[in-house]
Design a protein around this ligand. Sequence first.
Ligand code: 6R9
Length: 648
Amino acid sequence: MSADVYPVPAAFAASARVRRDDYERLYAESLRDPDAFWSKAAQRLDWMRAPTQVKDVSYALGDFRIRWFADGELNASVNCLDRHLATRGDKVALVFEPDSPDSPGERITYRELHQRVCKLANALRSLGVRKGDRVTIYLPMIPAAVVAMLACARIGAVHMVVFGGFAPNSIADRVGDCGSKLIITADEGRRGGKAVPLKANVDAALKLPGTNSVETVLVVRHTGGAVDMQMPRDRWYDAVVDGQPAQCEPERMNAEDPLFILYTSGSTGKPKGVLHTTGGYLLWAAYTHELVFDLKDDDVFWCTADVGWVTGHSYIVYGPLANGATEVLFEGIPNFPDSSRFWQAIDKHAVTIFYTAPTAIRALMREGEAPVKKTSRKSLRLIGTVGEPINPEAWRWYYETVGDSRCPIVDTWWQTETGGILISPLPGAIDAKPGSATKPFFGVQPAIVDANGALLEGATEGNLVLLDSWPGQMRTVYGDHQRFIDTYFRTYPGMYFTGDGCRRDEDGYYWITGRVDDVINVSGHRIGTAEVESALVSHHDVAEAAVVGFPHDIKGQGIYAYVTLKQGIAASDELRKALVQQVRSEIGPTATPDHIQWAPGLPKTRSGKIMRRILRKIAENAPDQLGDTSTLADPSVVQSLVDERKDA
Ligand code: 6R9
């Protein structure tokens, strides 16, 4: 073994749900007989009709299908709420921690959450929402967001959550693509003391073409800020929900009926509507949540993600609630009112399991130890990360300074497409190595292939693929099944291609090295280079744009844009600002370019393809590593870009 190994702490291992020997045995069982393994695991859910079929999968292009538990019936909201009422009705489900630590929070029991969900579900039905209809949710991180998702699940409506940081254009694209009938939003959000104009963004989105499907906008009164209510389209949430009965008959859903759509960026074109179904997804979220986080009944779990991302879906809503856990729901940001906020909230709510992103850890690390050390954090027993590779330095700081060298770290690798965690330590069973997501979860078969798809053995590096299905796998790209197959199953026939590069060491540990496609991972958020380029080119002064990622100390990757202006347009700082604003208003603040470099020309092959490899090296400020430029149509372009970069 390499030297840098952090063994499972003995005290942790002693009471862990999965111990060292169990892992090897269960993993082997899960591959040997998937039907037996998963039919047993599926018993953790409450089925209205227990499945007799388990795995039904073929990745063969001519005979493609992914189905799990195909004759089972269940309802996700019943699994997250009703079945806990007899045993845990008075247990706190959600501990709401508002943006300002001085605002009153909330502690919502399973019984109370059940009532809120039923009332909204009834209200949605009264507004004509039926099984299979799409409902857009554009809300801050407040209890209503969780209630809205579960209310959709209860009546079989397919929720599509849009992250509150997205701009009107992004809302409109998504609403239009999935044909939402109804939108649930709030007057405003609040983040770091600032108001976010959610309702105004929805109004602007609904003025854009392609959004005619929307009949109703439900508005939660959250900050009390002024909004423009457009009758009869817009309805106050309270007004339609208040008189509703607190019981609501749940829809019987087939295991393969859609539960939600969530858009995510790919390497080409518009974001894809990743579709997850009910049975396999819910099982995956719940099972991985319990085992990866070693969940016990008295834990207080806190995942700091936003429900607008898949991490919020699986590890704020479906996993923890299906497991009957108590969890924190946080509206704010890590550095408001100051950079001790996470650690203070951990003490305030006696959080035992904490799950956050490497970018947050790096930003807080920069503030030094003091904001951490003035808190106790003695309740913590396990900490985790997700969203991007964590550099060993940040890992060690998290382990030593936040976890007091006492709490195991779970570095969890997964994707919107995978529904839940696929590669991660099980904290009582697998020794950690800083920067490695370690080993596959049960049923998961990672492999590494070269560019031609040949499987590489032993310690090696290449592209990460998955050889077989797992219950939580996405089932389709909404409205474009062919795109689903082409994106994930055509590059390496017979395998699911993750889009990530990966190394495997001599101990069989996996080390994700980052995206190998044209996706940039900014603070754990996926941004397609094509989307940023099209936002830039939509400005009337821009002729052409090429966008690449570059290493960024806090964000992991930053966005670097090369922009060619139209003939006769002069470069200026003002124009640079206008272009940044253009991207922010077309996509949202997460896609803000860090650098815009004026490019008289872009390096292209003779067939006109932009050579991003070269642009990446220039952005990294590594002009000595440009590699072969002989295939360029005009190699002199490169030198001028390199010279400009030096001046920037
Ligand atoms: C859950 C989530 C997925 C992409 C994925 C990879 C990167 C996520 C990671 C990680 C290294 C980890 N990623 N977790 N890279 N180590 N522990 O983040 O989903 O937003 O779809 O992003 O994020 O590149 O392919 P999503």
